[in-house]
Design a binder for this molecule. Structure first.
Ligand code: PNS
Length: 179
């Protein structure tokens, strides 16, 4: 039997979309983050870049600015979505139908903190798995904190952040020095 109906019956049942959440502060988004998101978008049907709303922290960029930068970078990428979240990450992941949390691991020094978070999140919701991904070697020493510091002190961050982020940084520091 080669008709369409018999062909369909031999196929695996249609599985739900594989949705992953990539959470963080992204203050600002770096090329290391972009690298992980791009790699994730090849593995998952959708990767949600989830920006934490943290009232206890005073970030350099407002939530709106961070959302705008990330959306600008991933405009035209149907598998990448950018959204803000507050509260527990696992609750947010469940609301969004995601079974995977993606985190980047740059070096051994990241491990302890990431291990603690992954196990705590698993304790909270056992069905959500944390998947660690390694960025390209060129970004293993890049972090948002170091980008902010180098830029503030006049060093070059060229190639370490997307052009959209670099122009936002310029505007932010120009406004600070003029204001
Ligand atoms: O970019 P960061 O600061 O490393 O990201 C940390 C983040 C957002 C992943 C983490 O702080 C988080 O998940 N916060 C939400 C609150 C929560 O679920 N806390 C328990 C984590 S075990």
């Amino acid at each position: 039997m080669t008709n369409a109906r018999s062909h369909r019956s031999r196929q695996a049942p249609h599985s739900a979309a594989r949705i992953a959440v990539y959470p963080g502060s992204f203050d600002p988004l770096t090329n290391g983050h972009v690298d992980i998101i791009t790699r994730g978008s090849r593995i998952f049907d959708r990767i949600i870049v989830a920006l934490l709303v943290n009232p206890e922290k005073t970030p350099l960029f407002t939530l709106e600015e961070r959302l705008e930068m990330a959306r600008e970078v991933f405009r035209g990428e149907p598998r990448v979505e950018v959204e803000a979240f507050e509260g527990l990450l696992v609750d947010y992941a469940q609301r969004r139908g995601a079974h995977v949390i993606v985190r980047g691991l740059r070096a051994v020094s990241d491990f302890e903190y990431e291990f603690q978070m992954a196990l705590m999140n698993r304790r909270l919701v056992a069905s959500i798995e944390t998947v660690f991904m390694m960025p390209a070697e060129a970004y293993t020493y890049t972090s948002s904190r170091i980008i902010r510091e180098i830029f503030a002190l006049g060093g070059s961050i060229s190639g370490l952040v997307p052009p959209a982020v670099e122009s936002h940084l310029r505007r932010k520091f120009a406004a600070r020095t003029n204001g």
